[in-house]
Ligand binder design. Structure first.
Ligand SMILES: O=C[C@H](O)[C@H](O)COP(=O)(O)O
Ligand SMILES: C=C(OP(=O)(O)O)C(=O)O
Length: 445
């Protein structure tokens, strides 16, 4: 069982990386008190159910699909935008289910992904330096000194926007929007629109036949009309995450009820830091991002701290090494952890190690993204271990933030619809194309 909130170091006594400089600690404490009195956003039993799915994915009996915005924004939480992201995830999931022949665990970077770690605390434009934008949870993206002051009242808006988003997601996933036949029709529409090469058409025809077969034998059940969609975000802002951590009445143990799954970022995974300490105390399934400098001993030490009792489904390592590094840097991690007899879910984030700067604009090449995914699958194939999932930044809109893909977006296109509040996301078409390509890799798994 994990340590509860009443033991160990006092809140605030451990170093916490990437925290805003809140100008008014009393106002922050007041917001924390208000948040602590609000209802949970998710339930402990749901987190337990997700943990079982994570365990299945770690064994290769399911496949993990995690995706959504780099940074959600308050203004961006519209019904259309939320529906667009859900639709994209559902379309990807159908294709991946076909490729993997196992259930796909659908997890949104959604309903809570409002805070960002930054490479630099300051941003400079035309000789003027201001505090960096750290997500709508902290300050405003406008480049003025007033806008960039961290305001803890924003944390209440994070809670309210997350609740509204979650409400719509729950309605859509249980109310017919996720019907398998409808999702497949969307995919056929995507192929008809010339959204991808003909190499995916055979796959779409096979899925068609499988659905017709289910219909013919009368095997259509509720499970084809409803889906489970889980929420996740980076566990970054200590006061927010702590305020949403509640004792589960069934078990008397703490859960972070701000999302079903939270992860610790590459910049905040210090073994003796506040982020690892907080995650160690809750019972949710937890992820940790691991970048290219992670040593096998770092990974084992994180496992000791976050999963001391080797609980199936508790821990996910989200690998983000970069296309040029994954084939060299991932094998030692997988080998050492496998040799230790422990199990973890291995997930590939092919976005964060592949960001490039093109004329002052952050972008990612679709080919680099796919090359990292292929490297991830190749490493696991060579070692006989399980490539358990993918984690991507995406949107349901036709933005022009990443270059490449069948749509042929190139550098000059970046100026047309570059809308992300932080890092570049795959657009709807690039996301589906990634899903078709991952499905091909999964078919060989
Ligand atoms: O999403 C991840 C990080 O928050 C992001 O890559 C940081 O971006 P920066 O390097 O522009 O600060
Ligand atoms: C900050 C992120 O990633 P990383 O910690 O891997 O840089 C993220 O996924 O938003």
């Amino acid at each position: 069982m994990s340590a509860d909130l009443s033991t160990g170091p006092a809140p605030g006594s451990l170093p916490a990386a990437q925290q805003p400089e809140w100008p008014d600690p009393a106002a922050l404490a007041d917001v924390e008190r208000q948040l602590a009195a609000l209802p949970p956003l998710v339930f402990a039993a749901e987190c337990d159910a997700l943990k079982e799915r994570v365990a299945a994915a770690a064994r290769g009996e399911a496949f993990w699909l995690q995706g959504g915005d780099c940074a959600e924004t308050f203004a961006g939480a519209t019904a259309d935008a939320i529906r667009g992201k859900l639709k994209t995830l559902l379309q990807m999931a159908v294709v991946l289910t076909y490729g993997a022949s196992v259930p796909v665990v659908k997890v949104g970077r959604i309903a809570g992904q409002f805070a960002k770690p930054r490479s630099s605390g300051m941003e400079t434009r035309d000789g003027v330096s201001l505090p960096s934008y750290r997500g709508d949870a902290v300050n405003d993206i406008a480049f003025t000194s007033e806008a960039r002051v961290p305001d803890p009242r924003r944390l209440l808006q994070v809670y309210n926007t997350s609740a509204a988003t979650l409400n719509l997601l729950r309605a859509h996933t249980q109310g017919g929007f996720a019907d398998l036949r409808q999702v497949h029709e969307w995919n056929k529409g995507f192929l008809r629109s010339g959204g991808a090469t003909t190499r995916y058409e055979q796959m779409a025809r096979d899925i068609d036949r499988a659905i017709s077969f289910l219909h013919a034998v009368g095997a259509e059940s509720e499970t084809l009309h409803r889906v489970d969609l889980w929420t996740s975000h980076e566990q970054l802002l200590i006061e927010y995450e702590r305020a949403l951590t509640r004792i589960d009445s069934r078990t008397g143990t703490p859960y972070n009820t701000s999302a079903h799954f939270v992860w610790i970022g590459e910049r905040t995974r210090q073994l003796d830091g506040a982020h690892v300490d907080l995650a160690a105390r809750v019972r949710n399934p937890i992820g940790v991002k691991l970048g290219p400098t992670t040593s096998p001993d770092d990974a084992l030490a994180l496992m000791d701290k976050l999963d001391p009792h080797r609980e199936p489904g508790r821990l996910t390592f989200i690998i983000r090494m970069g296309a040029g590094k994954i084939r060299d840097n991932l094998p030692p991690l997988v080998e050492k952890i496998t040799a230790s007899g422990r199990q973890v879910l291995w997930v590939c984030d092919p976005m964060h190690g592949n960001t490039i700067d093109v004329g002052g604009v952050k972008t990612r090449r679709f080919d680099d993204v796919m090359e990292e995914v292929r490297g991830f699958f190749d490493v696991h194939r060579a070692l006989g271990t399980v490539p358990g999932g993918v984690h991507v930044e995406l949107t349901g809109d036709d933005v022009t933030e990443c270059i490449g893909g069948a749509g042929g977006l190139s550098e000059p296109d970046l100026k047309f619809r570059y809308e992300t509040a932080c890092d570049p996301r795959l657009n709807h078409q690039q996301s589906l194309e990634l899903a078709f390509q991952v499905a091909e890799l999964l078919a060989d798994r």
